[in-house]
Design a protein around this ligand. Structure first.
Ligand code: PLP
Length: 362
């Protein structure tokens, strides 16, 4: 490891200065004062009722469709177990995609297949071709908005087509949307969940990126039958998720802290993304290709002809950790790409971080 200060592009987390410490402290105190029994109980396996109401009012469905879990990845694990454990089946993911989603789907027995991620989101033609060939997947897992790691957003036209295909061929779509609130340029798009109505499309969101990772509170909005099965699995696994966390998040949201918190985050992300792309243009100019994200945490860069895995290994030593593109593919591709998270790096550090990285590109 270098003796220089670490400038990290590796972790998709907010920097400490963006965490709403005082607001969470106050919300915790209110949770204990206003609903001590509910806040300190095991509670319902589907999560704290008032927060389920809040989630349904903001993202769709009813409180009865909302399953709150200790982080949204726990929800994905419950879904994967429900759909694939014992029976197997095919899950289609974007290539590249979130590495942990690949791990979880495989862990519960899914065969993971890919369709390419394009600048306007996943290749819907490829999904259609699979279906036409009689290879209808069990689940399409997509991070449609400000994709991790690609930064791309699925266009409105493709959202409508994917929803229509799901309805025609009867496959499920999981719209994993932890970043949708974090738009810093361009126009909002409707969720596929809202376009479809919640029969074939399942929606997942998380308070990790909008409030703080440490609250470990995520939410899925599910059709009733699947909700009942996953709620039972939740009860069988941990009785109930953390009521203390969910009651606190509920008080934070109910007090009107959510919007200003997200607005602060959007402002910082806009500035950080801009500084990062400016630094890349300065230091790597024509060597680098990227699609400019309109929100979220990540910039995906391609370095044609460069062994980016080796760059990433050296970047660790140079104190500028990054994520290897190859870890985001289930099939060994991505060796000329890197994921740069701009969420945790102050704008003032971007130039130095990119300069260090650029010095490692042969
Ligand atoms: C696409 C995606 N889904 C889920 C998560 C994890 O969310 P949580 O902290 O709610 O488990 C992340 C975090 O990086 C993510 O990028």
């Amino acid at each position: 490891m270098s003796s220089e200060r670490v400038i990290s592009f590796a972790r998709g987390v907010p920097s400490a200065d963006l965490l709403p410490v005082a607001q969470i402290a106050a919300a915790t105190a209110r949770a204990l004062a206003e609903d001590p029994a509910g806040t300190l109980a095991y509670g319902d396996g589907a999560g704290y009722g008032p927060l389920r109401e809040w989630v349904a009012a903001r993202y769709g469905g009813t409180a009865g469709n909302v399953l709150l879990t200790n982080g949204s990845l726990q929800g994905l694990a419950f879904l994967a177990e429900t759909l694939f454990a014992g029976s197997g089946g095919r899950a289609v993911v974007e290539a590249p995609t979130y590495d942990r989603a690949i791990l979880i789907l495989r862990r519960f027995g899914a065969t993971v297949e890919t369709v390419d991620l394009q600048p306007d989101g996943l290749d819907v033609d490829a999904i259609e071709a699979m279906c036409v060939a009689g290879r209808v997947p069990g689940l399409v897992y997509t991070i449609a908005t400000f994709q991790n790691p690609g930064g791309a957003t699925l266009s409105r036209a493709k959202r409508e087509r994917l929803v229509a295909l799901a309805t025609t061929y009867g496959f499920l779509v999981l719209e994993d949307d932890p970043y949708g609130e974090l738009r810093f340029s361009g126009e909002d798009l409707p969720s596929m969940y809202s376009l479809e109505g919640g029969t074939q499309v399942l929606y997942s969101t998380s308070f990790t990126k909008t409030v703080a990772p440490g609250v470990r509170s995520g939410a899925m909005i599910l059709p009733s039958a699947l909700h009942a099965r996953m709620r039972k699995l939740a009860i069988d696994t941990y009785i109930g998720p953390s009521m203390l966390a969910e009651s606190t998040v509920y008080r934070y949201c109910a007090a009107g802290e959510f919007e200003p918190g997200v607005e602060r985050m959007r402002g910082a992300l806009r500035e950080r993304c801009h500084s990062l792309t400016a630094a890349l243009d300065r230091h790597l100019a024509r060597r680098v290709r990227y699609v400019r994200p309109e929100g979220g945490y990540f910039l995906w860069i391609e370095l044609p002809g460069v062994d980016a895995d080796a760059v990433a290994d050296h970047a660790d030593t140079a104190g500028v950790p990054v994520v290897k593109g190859s870890t985001c593919y289930p099939d060994g591709r991505g060796r000329e790409a890197l994921r740069l998270a701009f969420s945790a790096c102050p704008a003032a550090d971007m130039d130095e971080g990119v300069a260090r990285l650029a010095a490692l590109v042969p």
